[in-house]
Design a protein around this ligand. Structure first.
Ligand SMILES: Nc1ncnc2c1ncn2[C@@H]1O[C@H](COP(=O)(O)OP(=O)(O)OP(=O)(O)O)[C@@H](O)[C@H]1O
Ligand SMILES: [Mg+2]
Length: 398
């Protein structure tokens, strides 16, 4: 439905055919703006020929400020150059004589096409990046291996990727990728409360694979100076400039990890074939339930899945009561690639470990980027403060 500002009751019928659909006529600009606010899909406003020029320009400016994608067409009894200049400065798309119904039909078509293009660009621009947190409550199971390899693979597909090292005291994302960070997450503390994309760029380190990294501080004691709120701020700002933010974590429920959980679109939880790791994963799933984290936002992966240790993947599934998304085999090629400082997905793309990592990214991580409904889910998430304090009090590394 097109919105028309015209005092003449018969005006809607007159322009109906040219506009190609129903017209909602209003007597005042206030009523029209109210209707526009209530009609988020509407993208065309026509101002009738007898509305005085200044009021018409005021309405056009208001539409441009509030709904830039909405086109404004202005009808006049006569056209002259100064009138055209005034109208264009106010953001009117086209000015036509009131009796030129063919011209009006063409202008309506052009304006709608432009509005649709602008709306499409707007949708893309506001499509936030997705946060993927890699976690296990047990140390040494492969969190950093997954974080760096998944990030490197996603970057190789052309995505803008930031890997965030939340293992703030003992982080080894930087060293695994053989980077020499000049700055780290500790440098965000002074920007707390007013962090923006430029500030974030000052602390990231660029890797030759195309990914960026927000590295952990060089000094382990600096971890205590980083509040959980700055991590939430970091992730929110990063979503504006990256397609994927992959978060590596320490093996503990720290306030930084909880901030990452709160802001994550997907959790990659790592299991291995040993009883402590499976027990810890079961406890992690229960803790995530307490935190209100949606079950459908979790994938469980089994690392070193072919290790001959007496426990089978079926045993793991029986304990955790959740399917395993991907199994990554055990291979000496993994530590060898870490020692070379090149993620195995890039160094040996045909290796079974690389194939499994890509499968995880293609089947579970990349689809999250196209799923706009997940943003709503994140907003709903939340746990009460006492639950969070209880979880934090369990503290330390396992
Ligand atoms: N599939 C695999 N096959 C063989 N070795 C592996 C595999 N995955 C990881 N590793 C090796 O296991 C060790 C621990 O891996 P990683 O550092 O990724 O674990 P982590 O969970 O990040 O540990 P931490 O809790 O200490 O941060 C590393 O030496 C790594 O190279
Ligand atoms: Mg690690």
């Amino acid at each position: 439905m097109t919105l028309l500002w015209d005092a003449d009751r018969g005006a809607a019928d007159r322009y109906n055919y040219a506009v190609g659909g129903d017209i909602n006529r209003h007597d005042s600009s206030v009523a029209l703006m109210r209707d526009l606010e209530d009609s988020p899909r509407e993208n065309l406003v026509i101002i009738g020929p007898d509305i005085d020029m200044q009021s018409a320009c005021d309405l056009s400016e208001a539409v441009r400020v509030h709904r830039a994608e909405v086109g404004v067409l202005l009808l006049r009894r006569r056209l002259d150059v100064s009138l055209l200049g005034q109208a264009l400065r106010a953001g009117v798309r086209e000015v036509l004589t009131a009796d030129d119904l063919t011209g009006l039909a063409d202008a309506v078509r052009r304006s709608r096409e432009l509005s649709q293009k602008m709306a499409g660009q707007h949708d893309q621009a506001v499509q936030d990046g997705k946060v993927i947190t890699v976690f296990s409550a047990k140390g040494g199971v492969g969190k950093t291996t997954f974080s760096t390899n998944l990030s490197a693979y996603l970057a190789s597909t052309g995505a803008r990727v930031l890997v965030v090292d939340l293992d703030l005291a003992f982080g080894d994302v930087g060293i695994s990728l053989q980077m020499l960070p000049q700055n780290s997450i500790i440098d965000l503390v002074q920007m707390a409360g007013h962090l923006d994309e430029q500030g974030l760029q000052q602390i990231v380190t660029h890797h030759e694979s195309g990914l960026d990294a927000a590295c952990a501080p060089a000094e382990p004691s600096d971890a205590d100076r980083i509040p959980g709120t700055i991590i939430a701020e970091l992730l929110k700002v990063a979503k504006r400039s990256y397609d994927f933010i992959v978060v590596d974590t320490p093996p503990a429920f720290t306030e930084h990890v909880l901030a990452a959980f709160d802001n994550s679109d997907l959790l990659v939880l790592i299991a291995t074939l040993d009883i402590p790791a499976v027990k810890n994963l079961r406890l992690t799933l229960d803790t995530l339930d307490l935190l209100g984290s949606p079950k459908e936002d979790r994938v469980v992966v089994l690392n070193r899945s072919d290790a001959k240790v007496g426990l089978r993947s079926e045993d793991v599934v029986a304990v955790i009561k959740q399917d395993i998304a991907v199994m990554v085999p055990n291979s000496q090629a993994v530590p060898a690639s870490v020692n070379r400082g090149v993620p195995i997905v890039l160094d040996e793309p045909k290796h079974p470990v690389s194939i499994a990592m890509r499968e995880l990214a293609d089947q579970f991580l990349r689809p999250v980027a196209g799923d706009a409904t997940r943003a709503e889910g994140r907003e709903r998430r939340g746990s009460d403060e006492s639950t969070r304090r209880r979880i934090l009090s369990w503290g330390g590394r396992r």
